[in-house]
Design a binder for this molecule. Structure first.
Ligand code: GDP
Length: 204
């Protein structure tokens, strides 16, 4: 049983040197702009405005860090979440895309405490080429990838399992790597925490 006790903003960084001292197991969240990443982090942390839910995609070009105190089997454990800047918004120039790739790639390959990356895709729309590109990019460096198919409240309940399977097939990952999520219905919160805490426990 996992319960969120508290969540707080730590700092923002534009490069590895500005990241907080690597003292806690870290989970990064990645996804296209507007995919529902801020809403997912807020929902996981049971907070409405920990991360700003924005309708102007692509504004934030920072790594944002949050610490979350959890109660896991009656013991307190703190994890650090890193909200990676959303990518792939329509107006991004090539220079901006290169900058995004450079920053994320440095973070993914050189952050010693990084345990897993949550790759968020739109569960209603299904996987897009840009999601496949993200997965390919992440899988070069990430220790472990969990795919969250969010906005599943927009899919009828009877079709959700099939839709999650479609996401797995479209991204060429095993079905177990995909967790269904919805910020609106708070669907998948326990499942995601279970997987993330499990990953941190397995990590040396
Ligand atoms: P971000 O740019 O990836 O951080 O995405 P946001 O969290 O800001 O969400 C983008 C839009 O999708 C907002 O209008 C949200 O209200 C909406 N949204 C986010 N998550 C969900 C969800 O689980 N279900 C539904 N129906 N809408 C969502």
């Amino acid at each position: 049983m996992i319960r969120v006790l508290e969540a707080r903003f730590v700092t923002s960084a534009t490069n590895l040197n500005q990241c907080p001292k690597p003292t806690l197991p870290e989970i990064a969240f990645a996804g296209r702009s507007n995919v529902g990443k801020s809403s997912m982090i807020n929902t996981l942390c049971a907070r409405k405005k920990l991360v700003r839910v924005s309708n102007t995609p692509g504004r934030t070009r920072l790594l944002n860090f949050f610490d979350v105190d959890l109660e896991v089997d009656k013991k307190k454990r703190t994890l650090r979440l890193c909200d990676l800047p959303g990518y792939g918004y329509a107006k991004a120039s090539k220079a901006e895309r290169d900058q995004w790739q450079g920053m994320i790639s440095e973070y993914l390959t050189r952050r010693p405490v990084l345990v897993a990356v949550v790759a968020i895709v739109d569960g209603e729309v299904g996987p897009l080429d840009s999601d496949r590109q993200l997965l390919a990019f992440l899988s070069q460096a990430s220790p472990q990838i969990l795919v969250a198919a969010t906005k599943l409240d927009r899919v009828p309940k009877s079709k959700r399992a099939l839709q999650a399977q479609r996401v797995a097939e479209g991204l060429d990952v095993p079905a177990e790597a995909v967790v269904g999520f919805s910020a609106v219905e708070k669907l998948g919160v326990d499942a995601v925490w279970d997987r993330l805490v499990g990953a941190t426990l397995r990590h040396p």
